[in-house]
Design a binder for this molecule. Structure first.
Ligand code: SAM
Ligand code: SF4
Ligand code: SF4
Length: 342
């Protein structure tokens, strides 16, 4: 069997790697990090850029084509453009980053020059006070500067990701669409997920894709679904006026059957599902002196055994609440969304 044909037990290939470069963050979004302090990964456990590069080589050898840098907040990791440059030299179809945008104004040019291809910026509100309340930091102006800086640095196809929460920001759907249009960015609405860290999650607060589309069609008329989703989490739609937007319905319409994503934490733990409770400590394998072939063989065996369908299983639960309590998350920080990288 050729290397590119690696498939899991449900015949899903391994194509996408989300690389969390730090578990630290400069915001405290209520749906992700509702506490002020966390059990942080110890600094000595954090992978060096050379270690990340070696692990990425193994994933690439097994079929990974797209790498997305994430966190925590990836831009709080010092010298990130150095890592970007290392990764940009690898045979990838896409090297992207998801960021909260706060530090993008400072780093957009260096990231572009280092070879970063695409940027997704999280943006839940355009109202300064609301941003402050939602993230516990008064930094909306920096985020807006960051979005402008990304465009000015030459990034095209910028995406803006919005987690819609009932009673929090669902009155800004139109304003956010308009903002995205003005910045030539594509807005994607993400359903609020019951992941680790979302300790205040409840189904009542989720604005489902179905509800969102019916609200939008009541306001704008017919909405046309666009073809060509493939294994991408976002379904794309076009409004009658030509504006295109995406919806990521991870909570109410999970897309596990096409999931080709893996997640590597900043301390080298590899998770094959956003909801999995255990991972594989690839840092231990690497620091134990494994050769590239041995590392690949570990990854291959884990992927071939993979049967994860986390979001589908959550959907099937009769009653649904947060994945883990704050106490459980303190004991096992690897369960946190901000450690796994979203
Ligand atoms: N700090 C960066 C950022 O916010 O863009 C990258 C990491 S963050 C964990 C990645 C994405 O996960 C963000 O777009 C964020 O909105 C999303 N996210 C975090 N918690 C979520 C939740 N409970 N439900 C849905 N999306 C969530
Ligand atoms: Fe918010 Fe991203 Fe930080 Fe989580 S990791 S608190 S989503 S900025
Ligand atoms: Fe993939 Fe797990 Fe998310 Fe399903 S829940 S789409 S298997 S990461």
């Amino acid at each position: 069997m050729s290397r590119s044909e690696l498939k899991d037990s449900l015949r899903r290939p391994l194509r996408n790697l989300r690389l969390s470069v730090t578990d630290r963050c400069n915001l405290r979004c209520a749906y992700c990090m509702p506490e002020e302090e966390y059990s942080w990964l110890p600094s000595r456990e954090i992978l060096s850029f050379e270690e990340i590069s070696a692990l990425v080589d193994s994933f690439v050898a097994l079929g990974v084509k797209k790498v997305r840098l994430t966190g925590g907040e990836p831009l709080v990791r010092r010298d990130l453009p150095v890592l970007v440059k290392l990764l940009a030299g690898k045979p990838l179809d896409e090297l992207a980053m998801t960021t909260n945008g706060v530090l993008l104004g400072e780093h957009a040019v260096a990231l572009k020059q280092a070879g970063l291809q695409r940027v997704t910026i999280s943006l839940d509100t355009l109202q300064r006070e609301r941003f402050h309340k939602l993230t516990r930091r008064d930094q909306l102006p920096q985020v807006l500067e960051g979005i402008a800086a990304a465009g000015a640095a030459g990034f095209s196809g910028i995406k803006l990701d919005t987690v819609l929460t009932r009673g929090v920001n669902d009155d800004e759907i139109e304003a956010l669409l308009e903002f995205a249009g003005r910045h030539e960015a594509e807005l994607r609405f993400i359903e609020y997920m019951d992941v680790g860290g979302a300790t205040r999650w409840s189904m009542e607060q989720v604005i489902s894709a179905k509800e969102l589309l019916s609200r939008l069609s009541a306001r704008f008329g017919v909405i046309e679904p666009l073809p060509g989703r493939g294994s991408a989490p976002a379904e794309r739609f076009r409004l009658a006026d030509g504006r295109v937007f995406g919806v990521i319905a991870s909570t109410t319409q999970p897309f596990c059957s096409a999931c080709d994503r893996a997640r590597l934490t900043a301390d080298g733990h590899w998770f094959t599902c956003l909801y999995s409770t255990g991972g594989t400590d690839l840092k231990a394998v690497l620091r134990g002196g494994a050769s590239a072939d041995e590392l690949e063989s570990v990854i291959r065996n884990v992927w071939e055994a993979r049967s994860d369908r986390g979001a589908e299983q959550r959907l099937a639960l009769r009653s649904r609440g947060p994945l883990a309590s704050a106490a459980e998350l303190r004991r096992e920080p690897h369960l946190e969304m901000h450690t796994r990288g979203g």
